[in-house]
Design a protein around this ligand. Structure first.
Ligand code: FMN
Length: 176
């Protein structure tokens, strides 16, 4: 049986450290600091050259990123809360400040600095983002308990069909 409990493990960003990255104008990562790599669970080599959405967590509403891009493309600083996905499918919350880097008055890249946020704020933001996804008819989380045999069959069938478990269930429901 595949045990996916690690999906829910939270990594806490140390209070006295900053997670720093830079991207090109399309959002492809060009630099990460050591804290970024450690907290996300990737090595710097695995991150550099990848689009920044490699960290996108399924709990994040789409509109948050739309607002982020609209803000930085207008030359302003975007500030907000992000839940990020680790390489091991765990997660970590950050407060982020993202803005442009200018050379001779010309926008050349983007930079971001992220830091620790209090537990209470993380809980509040989780609720807000859950509501936003629900209202915008995006992903919702579904938790279900299946007996081991059914669960194994479900995994096997979706693997045979070459789709994720979510996709397999969706197809099944749409067929009926
Ligand atoms: C400098 C910079 C830093 C970013 N940091 C993050 C981040 O930490 N987590 C994240 O999910 N998206 C981050 N983004 C936004 C991603 O580029 C992307 O828009 C987002 O993950 C949503 O994915 P999508 O645009 O493919 O829907 C960052 C973008 C820039 C320019």
């Amino acid at each position: 049986m595949d045990i996916t409990w690690d999906m829910f493990i939270e990594t806490e960003v140390p209070k006295d450290e900053l997670i720093i990255s830079r991207t090109d104008l399309r959002g492809v990562i060009t630099y990460v600091n050591e804290t970024f790599a450690r907290i996300s669970g990737y090595s710097p080599d695995e991150l550099i050259g990848q689009p920044h959405n490699i960290l996108r967590h399924p709990d994040m509403p789409k509109v948050v990123f739309k607002e982020l891009w609209d803000t930085i493309e207008q030359g302003e600083i975007w500030r907000g809360y992000i839940k990020n996905l680790r390489k091991d499918r765990g997660y970590y919350w950050v407060y982020a400040e993202i803005s442009g880097v200018y050379k001779d008055g010309r926008l050349v890249e983007y930079k971001s600095m992220r830091s620790w946020i209090p537990k209470q704020k993380r809980i509040e933001m989780q609720r807000i983002y859950d509501d936003m996804r629900l209202q915008n008819r995006e992903n919702v989380r579904g938790v279900s308990y299946l007996d081991v045999d059914t669960y194994d069959k479900l995994l096997q069938k979706s693997e045979e069909a070459g789709v994720s478990v979510e996709e397999y269930l969706k197809n099944l429901i749409e067929k009926n």
